[in-house]
Design a protein around this ligand. Structure first.
Ligand code: XMP
Length: 514
């Protein structure tokens, strides 16, 4: 758990449900700070974190299985209100002496739930509500001392509570949008039952982060690798706000950024924020290292390695810095315990940590989700072009140039990519699409321009929709937009005579080509 003294928080105990993370996000949307913790976190640790409320998430198991995840019953004795959702409800029913079992069938999808006893949880909500259900077991009988507060055609106990003890439970999922008044129900729990005020705002996040950075860094020097993306930008600005000129940002520009992007990042930071910044223009260095290299993993390794060496050289010139700012997000923190996926590509996070460099880490975004980072970035005054920038791989355009990377091919791709993004933006699709970019394959084809035969490169248009880059689908771009993209690229970019569209999803393809 993060040390967030002074911030009133709600802890979500994760029983493995698919919506556990979503619960934490919904609570945060109510402007209440929330963290996800493992269901078996020792009760003393929970007490020490001083939560203002606890939520038990759903989970895939049955509470009647012998080794099903359970809860230390002392959690109910902490004097902190508890809301159980789905498995959380069933577990509290079982632990308190109620009966949990199978009804005739499992229930997945929408259902109407009727409030039979309003209480504080359902205050101000309609008597009948459309709710989202996703459960195998159900509470058949509420424990003694509990009042059934809602039912449905199928469920004798759709919600129950022991008001005296501050224990509440619902079978449906208030965190899912299909539950019409789910957010209102969560607000009732947070504001009325836990008595928390909605004070966790972008301004308070910034103030808290600044205080923490100041406490961590003291009077020491600190460096930050800027990448042009929103995470490293927000991390840098928060740090600058905290420790001013003790921070130096190092922007290693490998030359594989999009057209004009390197200069734009520099201008933004110098003009608007006056952040001390070293802009290392290292295109020649990276190009020479990549000469003759065509194998994708080798390219990635070389760029990653060269990046680290450049970063080290620059930070050494500054004298010894003790700290390094890192843009780690909360989703990385949550995932890091379980991330065992097979390595498909060796990712290189340019804004991130050179692994073998000796720094203490400062991670101001450790407790924030990506969308929260964007809100904080906007509040700090970052321009939209950075706040809403589509994800961009660390090795940049070098892994979108198939085969050898050289100056000529880099320029072709930069120009084509610029036209493509310009058209996507004009069509108002830039934010809706997860990523949209051009790829330059290592083949040429015959065309005719004017009366001349051409033998030139094609450009591949790649545009995908996605929630998290783990899976993706190709974006159905309107045909007239594709026509404009194709016409403009062929007319405006010398060296290109054909445009093709990538219509593959991930899996089995990946988003990038290398
Ligand atoms: P793939 O191609 O594996 O990409 O489907 C998934 C997401 O990761 C981005 N990507 C990277 N991001 N450093 C990064 O920070 C990298 O080396 C890197 N390689 C790919 C890619 O753009 C997509 O969003």
């Amino acid at each position: 758990m993060a040390s967030t003294e002074g911030v009133r928080k709600v802890l979500v105990l994760d029983f493995g449900g698919q919506y556990a993370q979503l619960i934490a996000r919904r609570v945060r949307e109510c402007r209440v700070y929330s963290e996800l913790i493992p269901y078996d976190t020792p009760v003393e640790q929970i007490r020490a974190a001083n939560p203002a409320g606890l939520i038990l998430s759903g989970g895939p198991r049955s509470v009647n299985e012998p080794d099903a995840p359970t809860l230390d019953p002392l959690v109910f004795e902490l004097g902190v209100p508890v809301l159980g959702i789905c498995y959380g409800l069933q577990l509290m029913a079982k632990l308190k002496g109620g009966r949990v079992g199978r009804l005739e069938s499992a229930e997945y999808g929408g259902a109407t739930v009727s409030v039979v006893e309003r209480g504080r949880l359902f205050e101000g909500l309609p008597a009948d509500m459309a709710c989202w259900m996703s459960h195998g077991d159900s509470v058949l009988e509420a424990p003694a001392g509990f009042v059934v507060t809602a039912q449905s055609d199928l469920l004798p106990v759709a919600a129950m509570e022991d008001r005296e003890a501050g224990i509440y439970g619902v079978q449906f999922h208030p965190e899912v949008r299909h539950t019409a008044y789910g957010q209102e129900l969560l607000k009732n729990f947070l504001y009325r039952i836990c008595d928390i005020a909605p004070t966790w705002t972008p301004v308070s996040i910034i103030e808290e982060a600044v205080r923490r950075i100041q406490a961590e860094v003291g009077g020491e020097r600190i460096v930050c690798g800027l990448s042009g993306g929103v995470d490293s930008a927000v991390a840098a600005l928060l740090t600058y706000k905290a420790v001013g000129d003790q921070l130096t940002c190092i922007f290693v520009d490998h030359g594989f950024m999009r057209k004009n992007e390197g200069e734009e990042v520099e201008a933004t930071f110098r003009r608007h924020f006056h952040v001390p910044l070293i802009h290392v223009r290292a295109k020649e260095r990276f190009l020479s290292k990549l000469a003759g290299v065509t194998e994708p993993e080798r390219k990635r390794k070389i760029i990653g390695e060269e990046f680290i060496r450049t970063f080290e050289e620059e930070s050494r010139k500054l004298g010894k810095a003790r700290f390094l700012v890192q843009g780690t997000l909360y989703s990385d923190v949550i995932e890091s315990g379980t991330r065992e996926a097979a390595k498909i590509k060796s990712h290189h996070n340019v804004g991130g940590l050179p692994e073998d460099v000796d720094f203490d880490l400062v991670e101001p975004l450790r407790m924030l989700f990506k969308d929260e980072v964007r809100v904080v970035g906007a509040e700090l005054g970052l321009p939209e072009s950075i706040v809403w920038r589509q994800p961009f791989p660390g090795p940049g355009l070098a892994i979108r140039i198939i085969g050898e990377v050289d100056e000529e091919r880099l320029q072709i791709l930069q120009e084509a990519d610029f036209v493509l993004l310009d058209e996507i933006k004009r069509a108002g699709l830039y934010r809706q699409i997860w990523q949209s970019f051009a790829v330059l394959p290592a083949i040429r084809s015959v065309g005719v321009m004017g009366d001349e035969r051409t033998y030139a490169y094609p450009i591949v248009v790649r545009a995908v929709t996605s929630d998290d880059a783990m899976t993706a689908d190709w974006a159905r771009l309107p045909h007239d937009l594709l026509e404009r993209i194709s016409n403009r690229i062929i007319n405006e970019v010398p060296g290109v005579n054909r445009v093709v569209l990538d219509i593959s999803s991930k899996p089995p393809s990946t988003i990038e080509w290398e």
